[in-house]
Write a protein that binds this ligand. Sequence first.
Ligand SMILES: [Zn+2]
Ligand SMILES: [Zn+2]
Length: 446
Amino acid sequence: MSNWSHYINKEIPCSCGKTHFCDIRHIAVEENALSNLPAYLNEGAYQKICLICDQNTEKVAGTYVEQILSEHGFTYKKILFTDRELVADERALHTIISELPYDCNLILGIGSGTINDLCKFISFQKAMDYFIVATAPSMDGYASNVAVLTINQVKTTIETHRPKAILADTRILSAAPKRMIAAGVGDILGKYVCLADWKLSHLVTGEYFCDYIYGIMKQAVDAMTNSIDAICIADENAIHIVMESLILAGVGMSFLGNSRPASGSEHHLSHYWEMMFLQRREYCPLHGTKVAIGTVICLFFYHSLPKYLEEADLHSDYVFDKGCWEKSIQEAYELAADEIINLEARVEKNSTKQVEKRKHNLSEYKNEILKMAAELPSTDILISYLKKLDAPYLPKQIAVSANTLKNSIYYAKDLRNRYGILQLLYDIGMQKKAVNDFTAFQEMIP
Ligand SMILES: [Zn+2]
Ligand SMILES: [Zn+2]
């Protein structure tokens, strides 16, 4: 079990040259964690509390939180979302803004991904503190300083702040729906890919890299994969490990100040599919469920790298055809295309100059990159973990069509200016082959 005092509320001078800091005051992952709430509230002298939950989280923890608040003489206002599928978008933000009491000094969120993102963003905008009472070990955003919102139909990652306290009762977490626990596992499994992307980018683009944060994230994923069998039966100790891994991953993001160590190509695929599901008003699987499938795809590509790099001509001339690219983005992103085109105009990551530079470095560090790829877990191992959890592991199992899959492999990389395996495939002209190979792989599996 983690000793959180090693990580939070203290400055950590690091060999990377930065000083890392995570200003979360309390992390309580334990049975009956909510009993700490009155003490945490008194310590911060919070008297005007706004509680935010939805109908599910009200049932599993909200009512109990209200009882604790009343028993200890705290006054509060409750904002209850009644949506069947709550989305962290402009509409939900507007609901909170319009109902938030003007003199509120603490937002107390009760929930997981969506509620946490909403509370994190609003409390940051309003310059007030927030606590999160976790109801499911389903994603790694509890301790991070980034909120992911859907703005103008685009999944947008916004740097904000962290909660002052995370309260996670392991009995509540263990009783969470199995698909939510599997999603949390999926979000952590994604670290294999985003850590590889980060190292890859360090070599190819010269991006900053920190061994200490890399080690923390690796620790989070290793601790969890070692307990995979116990997680499958929702053993309380194993769920404790999942939650601690998720929080640790969030702390790693906090240390850096952005989501780089926890979100790479696997998240870009997930975000792209989510945008398409939302645009088409189709059912959208949980974040970690999609991330897990994105991880299977990206590991498949990492393990195909020896073949792709062999076939690619790293010294051939590349010329960015902006008009053609924009047309493809219009088709692939539909309503969200303008945001993507604006991003490229700002960062020019597909420009001839940047691609040529990356290709040059790729050939320079080819052996190191291939060695790193070979050390990643195989696609089969990932699939075996997900099968044990009864979780989907292929895009077709979550109704990602062949066309959406193709578009995501081609264009999910354009969601952010963050280099990874998908951008590499573009740079070396292997996208078409990658799509064909993965499609054939997927078709082989019944
Ligand atoms: Zn560092
Ligand atoms: Zn995630």
